[in-house]
Design a protein around this ligand. Structure first.
Ligand code: PLP
Length: 384
């Protein structure tokens, strides 16, 4: 198997499994219990909080654990909208956000909020001046992602953070696809809120975090007990949290070497494919990107057919965001970038990981040349 779908999810790092194991077995205590078993769980929980905070340059008490990226996005956006409603009802986001953000904003529109979905340029980037232009008296929140899950394109987060700071507007970024791939340091970004997910960086699924800068007017969305500084109720998933913190520490420690290796692999992959196959475009290629993602459109062929043939060869990739796989519509991200629908339909997202090798990429390139040639021979899209 050649796994090139690391933006969908990643395998658990063996070291992560090792640190989680005791908490799945004998150290099963509830971190809120006052006896020793509980206190030990609490210590592990707080150590993990410190570890996660250190990875992004935050303070321990600014980290709240959640069930993952989707919940972090929901908590951030709904938690601010609910609390600041009396101040204003306008939210600024972009057209290329993950559905965890887009659907949440659409939901808030039904509750009377006004949402501006900013466009992106052909390379998939939001213009910070556009953010500034849309800020009004009623604006209470800006939510712009850090790195796009489909193209890997990095958004001008520090620039938007500076604008949000000047205007004193709460700024959230979904950094699910950035953390562990590029350096993420909250103080250089000017963010109030930042979402992270464990399973995108070789941690377990179903766990993540929301960074909440001190003083951010967030109210909880999930209510109940006094967990997570009263910002997210529910018994903490201690094994998951311990694993998530370990995974993030390892990813942060190895970031430079891994990203260097991966970007070289991607560079070779893209250059070879573009020189050996006609009618290929790499979407977002001229924008800054996280080093692992390559979003390729092969003209005159269907992405689903390519994926099927790759699967037969044991190569796993994706036609776009994993969450929208199965939906017939072309990717909303590529549409926002102005990629024509017929070209967007022929798109494959390859997302590399730390364990991919030169030999694997070689095999993928050879397979792609063969598959694309075969599919084009029988394609009815050629005349379109
Ligand atoms: N945000 C982005 C940019 C993502 O890529 C994803 C997952 O694909 C999510 C949010 C959702 O994260 P999770 O799977 O942890 O809920």
């Amino acid at each position: 198997m050649i796994y090139l779908d690391h933006n969908a999810t990643t395998c658990l790092h063996p070291e992560v499994f090792r640190v989680m194991e005791p908490f799945l077995k004998e150290q099963f205590g509830n971190a809120s219990s006052s006896y020793r078993l509980g206190r030990e769980a609490k210590i592990a929980l707080e150590n993990s909080r410190k570890e996660v905070a250190e990875c992004i340059g935050a303070k321990s008490h600014e980290i709240i654990f959640t069930s993952g990226g989707t919940e972090s996005d929901n908590c951030a956006i709904r938690g601010i909208a609910r609390n600041l409603r009396a101040k204003g009802n306008h939210i600024i986001t972009s057209r290329i956000e993950h559905h965890a953000v887009l659907k949440t904003c659409e939901d808030l529109e039904k509750e009377g909020f006004r949402v501006t979905y900013l466009p992106v340029n052909a390379q998939g980037q939001v213009d910070p001046d556009d953010v500034r232009r849309h800020i009004g008296q009623e604006t209470i929140l800006i939510s712009i992602m850090f790195a796009n899950n489909e193209t890997g394109v990095i958004q001008p987060v520090p620039e938007i953070g500076a604008i949000a700071g000047e205007e004193e507007i709460v700024f959230h970024t979904d950094a699910v696809q950035a953390v562990g791939k590029i350096p993420v340091h909250v103080d250089t970004l000017g963010v109030n809120l930042l979402s992270i997910s464990g399973h995108k960086c070789h941690g377990p699924k179903g766990v993540g975090a929301l960074y909440v800068r001190e003083g951010t007017p967030l109210v909880p969305v999930v209510t109940g007990g006094h967990h997570e500084h009263h910002l997210r109720a529910g018994t903490e998933n201690v094994p998951g949290i311990v694993g998530f913190a370990a995974a993030l520490s390892i990813a942060t420690r190895d970031l430079r070497t891994v990203s260097q290796k991966i970007s070289q692999l991607r560079q070779r992959f893209e250059a070879t494919i573009m020189s050996k196959i006609d009618g290929v475009q790499v979407n977002g290629m001229n924008a800054p990107r996280v080093p692992n993602t390559s979003n390729m459109s092969f003209h005159f062929v269907e992405g689903e057919s390519i994926l099927l043939h790759l699967d037969l060869k044991g190569i796993y990739a994706s036609t776009g965001s994993a969450c929208s796989t199965g939906l017939p519509e072309p990717s909303h991200v590529l549409m926002a970038m102005g990629v024509p629908a017929r070209i967007a339909q022929g798109t494959i997202r390859f997302s590399l990981g730390k364990d991919n090798t030169d030999d694997e990429i070689e095999f993928v390139m050879e397979s792609l040349m063969e598959i694309i040639a075969k599919l084009r021979e029988i394609s009815s899209l050629k005349e379109a």
